[in-house]
Design a protein around this ligand. Structure first.
Ligand code: TRP
Length: 367
């Protein structure tokens, strides 16, 4: 039997979301606040849980300042799974949030052994370029590298100072309880991530204010640590962090997308032929082995990878529901569902890749 591993640096095997919600003590997003109804990720429950979201909703309602802060570990190609976070950045930017984005190059060095140069290249050409092409406004957000916070000494000092001061307020047992196996490098990365999440509230930046951290659920240990230790630091007053959690969309074969296996994901730079081939050849199907059986028993869209991708890309709710129902009843075949998925992905990628061309020159800012 394969051993399940689940921590911020490694995921192996199936993820039991229900169990994690309970174990971590996070809250399911039951009723959808009105401002979130417009965003498909909320509507379709791809973002499914939170901590202290009310504070953010109040800030939005009362037109008060709030920050959205998140980060990325720059490894491999930017794929459909990464789009979930990018879309949230853009959504909150449009709602008027101040956006802070950390490129976790120190973390990639400490946890993965990836050089800072490689992280920079990948962050620019894969992540940041795609964020911009998806519509993130670079003028209204602050993207920084953990290894090079800012050219302004005041801000840089504040960020690294906070990381160091936070160390005093965490105990070794706490690290072990939150992370299990831990190395000095990972410990440093966890404290730096705590500073990522908390430093926007320092007087050098925004002062105490609501901060929302949208992440995959594997990142919750970092949030728990940051929330706990931020309460103990007496020299600064922090508004408690808020967070939301999204599902991981499956890789083509039905399990996790893996940066080292390009047949496990659709990259946002894939061409039409590649997409067609990947979906037809690899996308795990929830259909029956034969068409006859499929017509008779129907398919299972909940485990069908093509359908899972449509949940993120198909804009029309009615169409999505129709596909779900028709696949379940057997009226829609796996071949037909795959064909529709290929068309939908390729339509999206054609526009996206044009937008990549248009936004290329903006990257100079980050060199
Ligand atoms: N650890 C995150 C990841 O692996 C990246 C990250 C760094 C981050 N700093 C952050 C995420 C702050 C959220 C907030 O993807």
């Amino acid at each position: 039997m394969k051993k399940n591993v689940f921590n911020p640096w490694e995921i192996k095997g199936n993820i039991d979301y229900e169990k994690l919600i309970k174990e971590f003590g996070i809250s399911p997003l039951k009723t959808l606040p009105e401002v979130f109804e417009k965003e498909l990720l909320f509507k379709r429950k791809i973002i499914f849980a939170h901590r202290d979201i009310q504070r953010i909703l109040d800030a939005i309602k009362n037109k008060k300042k709030f920050v959205m802060m998140t980060g990325l570990m720059p490894t491999g190609k930017f794929h459909l799974g990464h789009m979930i976070l990018a879309k949230q950045m853009i959504f909150y930017q449009n709602l008027g949030a101040k956006i802070y984005i950390a490129v976790a190059d120190i973390e990639a060095y400490n946890a993965r052994g990836q050089s800072l140069e490689d992280s920079k290249k990948i962050a620019l050409n894969e992540y940041i370029h795609n964020y911009l092409a998806l519509g993130l406004d670079p003028k209204k957000c602050e993207i920084y590298f953990q290894s090079n916070r800012s050219n302004k000494a005041e801000i840089s000092n504040a960020y690294y100072r906070l990381q160091n001061l936070l160390a005093k307020h965490a105990t070794f047992n706490e690290f072990k309880a939150v992370y299990g196996d831990i190395t000095p490098g990972k410990m440093i990365s966890a404290l730096l991530q705590a500073s990522d999440m908390l430093h926007p509230q320092l007087p050098e930046l925004e002062n105490s204010c609501p901060v929302l951290v949208p992440v995959g659920i594997d990142q919750d240990p970092h949030l728990r640590l940051a929330r706990d230790i931020s309460k103990r630091i007496k020299t600064n007053k922090f508004t408690q962090l808020s967070s939301t959690y999204h599902y991981f969309i499956p890789g083509l074969k039905g399990d996790k997308m893996s940066a080292s296996d390009s047949n496990s994901f659709i990259a946002l730079t894939d061409d039409k032929k590649t997409v067609k081939n990947k979906i037809n050849k690899y996308a795990f199907s929830g259909g029956q082995p034969t068409l006859e059986e499929h017509r008779e028993k129907g398919g299972n869209p909940d485990i069908d990878v093509s359908y899972q991708y449509l949940r993120v890309l198909e804009q029309n709710d009615k169409k999505l529901k129709q596909l779900y129902d028709d696949y379940k009843s057997g009226e829609l075949s796996t071949g037909e569902l795959k064909k529709y998925t290929i068309e939908t992905i390729n339509n999206f990628l054609t526009t996206h890749q044009k937008n990549r061309e248009k936004t290329k020159q903006l990257l100079k800012e980050y060199q």
